[in-house]
Design a protein around this ligand. Structure first.
Ligand code: MG
Length: 308
């Protein structure tokens, strides 16, 4: 790709990217690539190919790509918790699962008040161990990326799993289709995407920002940004609190003040991204059929506790 891999919309973006560090296509062959999660100890990236019902793995040192898990329960969003374990949203299993260090896969959440979840989409773990996830209907709308079914809950909510009691509570209930989510580095703010537009032009394609209260509740929820190209989906933040989010023409970067300051241009629709590499300065990008990566001049927010 050419020097135009980056689109600078605001001078503040210029010092975040190196024009000679091109966007690289690392691998191609997915039906719909999603949910990248980087494992520093293994120097590997795990991501989802949702319709193909498999989790993939990129070996950053050896450069090989292989199947990590199949079937994957039509896995979608992945993250690592503070202990470095894989946490996965599964459309097929209609649950959030965790892969333990011994390889066992345990269920963290699959029901709310006795009713099955819709199809958990994306997940993030706070430093207190609480697990926050979105539950839109994409995995039960058809048989393409899950198993077609009616919603038992009848709503698409955002949930929190308490780290001490495993109790599941609703933290936001006013979304059409809640999707990607991520905390600010100080964990005082939570950004959540609504991709409701996929279910009607009257619905939003935007990102909201909430204040995180003591005790694990949310307040506020103003619209932070409307997507100017397709849909936001997954997002991550860098150390300075800038928001790097997927969009129809690549990765959009927002200053915390809400300004779209620049783009990493990708030739396919981007669904999700994460920071990786030993220095967290490599942006891994899931773009429809392919895995891309670009070295940036900024570092992603730390997700694993150094002492964990
Ligand atoms: Mg998503």
């Amino acid at each position: 790709m050419a020097a135009s891999d980056y689109q600078i919309l605001d001078p503040r973006f210029r010092r975040l990217v190196n024009a000679s560090a091109h966007v690289q296509k690392l691998w191609s062959g997915c039906q719909w690539a999603e949910g990248p999660a980087y494992f520093p100890a293994h120097r590997s990236l795990v991501w989802s190919d949702i319709p193909a019902n498999r989790l993939m793995r990129f070996d950053e040192a050896g450069l090989g790509v292989s199947v990590f898990r199949q079937p994957s329960g039509h896995a979608n969003g992945n993250t690592i918790d503070r202990q470095g374990r894989l946490v996965t949203c599964e459309h097929g299993g209609r649950r959030v699962s965790r892969t333990e260090h011994d390889g066992a896969i345990v269920t963290l959440a699959d029901r709310f008040e006795g009713k099955r979840l819709n199809s958990p989409n994306d997940v993030v773990v706070r430093s207190d161990g609480s697990i926050w996830f979105t539950d839109p209907t994409y995995g039960i709308d058809s048989d393409y990326e899950g198993d077609k079914a009616d919603s038992e809950i009848g709503a698409s909510n955002v949930y929190r799993v308490d780290p001490a009691t495993a109790a599941i509570t609703i933290v936001a209930s006013d979304f059409i289709q809640p999707n990607g989510l991520a905390f600010s580095p100080d964990e005082r703010h939570l950004y959540i995407v609504d991709t409701g537009r996929s279910h009607g032009d009257e619905h939003p394609a935007h990102m909201r920002v909430f204040d995180v209260e003591e005790g694990g509740t949310l307040r506020g929820g103003r619209v932070f940004a409307d997507c100017s190209a397709g849909f936001f989906d997954g997002l991550r933040l860098d150390e300075a609190g800038r928001i790097w989010t997927s969009a129809g023409d690549g990765v959009h970067c927002y200053d915390p003040d809400g300004t779209l300051i620049g783009k990493v241009l990708v030739p396919e629709i981007v669904a999700n991204l994460c920071f990786g590499g030993p220095k967290r300065n490599r942006l891994y990008i899931c773009g429809t059929t392919s895995l891309y990566a670009a070295f940036l001049l900024v570092n992603g927010a730390r997700l694993i506790s150094a002492s964990a």
